[in-house]
Design a protein around this ligand. Sequence first.
Ligand code: BTN
Length: 269
Amino acid sequence: MKEKPDDRPLREIRLRTKWAGNRLEYHDSLDSTNNRARLLAEEGAPEGTLVLAESQTAGKGRRGRNWVSPPGKNLYFTLLLRPAFAPDQASMLTLVMALAVQGAIEEACGCRAMIKWPNDIVLNGRKITGILTEMDARDGRINSVVIGVGVNVKAQEFTGELADRAASLETELKQNVSRALLLEKILERFEKDYALFLETLDLSLLRERYNDCLINRNREVEVLEPSGAYMGVAEGITADGRLLVRVADGGCREVYAGEVSVRGVYGYV
Ligand code: BTN
């Protein structure tokens, strides 16, 4: 007999996590789940607080872009952390979350999505997920980190700057995808991977898995840095999340900031 599709509404998620989502705020609409989580952090909300919205009126993307967030179709959520480590280690958390989302998509949908360094999730060459991490640090200590995740699950139309490079899980897979199931899997995986991160305070224990699903690996990339652009072949990430790029003279550069894109016929990647 054919299995009934999991069409639980988002507010019916059943979390089997130890701490992620221990306090859950569900909203029909918010300006941005990151903004709400930051406000809750200011008010003393605990680690693990999860803000979830059906839609966002001012969803934020990286580099000041907006994140188009129509109602009832996708996932928009933010997880609040209160880490005890140094502020300059926080940027690695975005990669930890990317790995959790990639694994959850594989588990929930049975397909192999890939990661475009550092943290976009890509399927069939199109962007499915974006992650925006924001930190509040004072006097050299982290007060809070919020990790905001937007997953295009059911959307059929895309507007805005990413229109020609974005897609959703359902447009690509032509199958029903449960937002509730996907979110449950993401949080379960993040919790486990975050525990591995905390063991070493870097990505040593996650690096191999990350590199296995790195779409840039062994491909030509163009690194756009403030000081200029150069070409090379991406080899994988370092334990602290930098991208290793082999350049023409045979040397290897470690890319920390800046934008990496693959030149050529692959479009977005
Ligand atoms: C990117 O530009 O790739 C990052 C997009 C991040 C979007 C998510 S949606 C949930 C959370 N709230 C926001 O305002 N942004 C993030």
